[in-house]
Design a protein. Structure first.
Length: 414
């Protein structure tokens, strides 16, 4: 059974690697085409239907690119589609969510101090929220189509803020940020799968049939592509946030997440303006820095203002009771408290550490039992923790942590 924990961790790593690879491909192509589109130039003599062109140099060669706003007069012999990068990023992300957050719901998804719900209920809320995100977003886009793009963006931002608040009142802080990222990424990938690619296929079918394509399909696809462009950077921040508890494990985490979306807009506006050769809006960086300073302040607001509760006497969750009841637990607990808890605490005492790494706390029976698997993998089976063995954990102590976990797993439930 304990070998399964190792295999499961490697499966998580492999899926995460695939997710990062496909995300790089998707984000790279998205950023490239946005920059290309904004940099197009019009000139006399362009082919009929061509909106603009651009010359680029890369890898020792020159590229001459022309864009047709609706479609060329005839169907090209070869056409490259950019879609699988998006699809595989979403699919691998969902698989990773299943491996980490659904299979480990009791540890990573549910926090009884936030909302005491069962794992099936939490998973159902998770899935339903992602579906809701696309339905609400798609409805809003259709409702505001041809009207005010500004009102649409304001409406969508209000939805994102509401979801940030909602997630942080249902799941753990770490899971809340991950879900807000998944919520946004689902909208982005669904834009590609449900709107952009189908609309482009309609145009291609019209060309093949000799019909003149309707420009409205391209207009709609362009709107969704622009939304994706502005949502990309916040999604990256949210996906990386699980390594930084100062972002997700604070009282005002939902406000922090809301401000991150604004930073995504200011940063992308600078790049988009520069690519369109319309100036150098340095004010966007000033705004971004101010927003980031506010985020830093929110993450370190004195606890007297946050109303945080004392979790020292928290009972051990039933899902982890076997680890606290094992005969090796007292020895394992002593090792963890002497070698790990100086950093993994509400108020770390190790110099330079101001918040528990990844938000993992190891100060009492409940917290230690809940992290049994990670302690086993990080400090028992491997030497990842403590970093550089800074607290001088002995080989015999590592063996004891392994014995504790394996004994607990192999024990028959009462």
């Amino acid at each position: 059974m304990y070998d399964f924990a190792v295999a499961w961790d490697w499966l998580s790593f492999a899926t995460r690697w695939l997710h990062v690879i496909t995300a790089i491909a998707w984000i790279g192509s998205s950023f490239y085409f946005i920059a290309l589109d904004l940099g197009l130039r019009q000139r006399p003599g362009l082919p009929e239907g061509a909106f603009g062109e651009e010359w680029q140099v890369h890898g020792g060669g020159f590229y001459h690119i022309q864009k047709y706003l609706v479609a060329p007069a005839e169907m090209p012999e070869h056409l490259t589609w950019f879609k699988w990068e998006s699809y595989m990023t979403w699919i691998s992300g969902i698989v990773l969510m299943c491996i980490v957050y659904y299979a480990g719901a009791d540890l990573y998804l549910i926090d009884p101090a936030v909302l005491d719900i069962s794992a099936p209920v939490a998973i159902l809320i998770s899935v339903a929220s992602l579906a809701f995100g696309w339905v609400a977003y798609d409805f809003a886009c259709k409702m505001f189509l041809g009207k005010s793009d500004t009102l649409l963006m304001v409406f969508l931002y209000v939805v994102l803020v509401a979801m940030a608040w909602g997630y942080t009142h249902v799941f753990t802080g770490r899971a809340s940020f991950l879900h807000l990222g998944a919520f946004t990424a689902t909208v982005m990938s669904a834009n590609v799968f449900m709107v952009i690619i189908p609309n482009q296929k309609v145009v291609v079918d019209d060309l093949i049939a000799g019909r003149k394509p309707d420009p409205v399909y391209g207009k709609i696809a362009k709107q969704r592509s622009t939304h994706n462009n502005y949502l990309t950077l916040p999604v990256i921040f949210l996906m990386l946030s699980n390594h930084y508890p100062l972002a997700f494990a604070t009282e005002f985490n939902w406000i922090i997440a809301s401000l991150v979306f604004l930073m995504g807009v200011t940063i992308r506006h600078w790049f988009n303006t520069r690519h369109a050769r319309k100036g150098n809006p340095t004010w966007t960086w000033i705004a971004t820095v101010i927003l980031f300073i506010i985020i830093m302040w929110l993450s370190t607001v004195p606890k007297v203002l946050t109303g945080e509760t004392d979790e020292a006497a928290m009972p051990v969750q039933p899902a982890f009771a076997r680890f606290a009841q094992d005969t090796h637990f007292d020895q394992a607990k002593d090792i963890v408290l002497s070698r790990c808890s100086m950093c993994h605490a509400q108020e770390p005492v190790w110099e330079g550490i101001i918040a528990a790494p990844k938000g993992v706390l190891l100060e009492n029976d409940a917290e230690i039992a809940a992290q049994a698997r990670e302690i086993y993998l990080q400090a028992g089976r491997s030497h990842a923790m403590p970093p550089a063995n800074i607290t001088l954990i002995e080989p015999e102590e590592r063996k004891m942590l392994v014995a504790w976990f394996e004994s607990s797993i192999s024990a028959k439930p009462e």
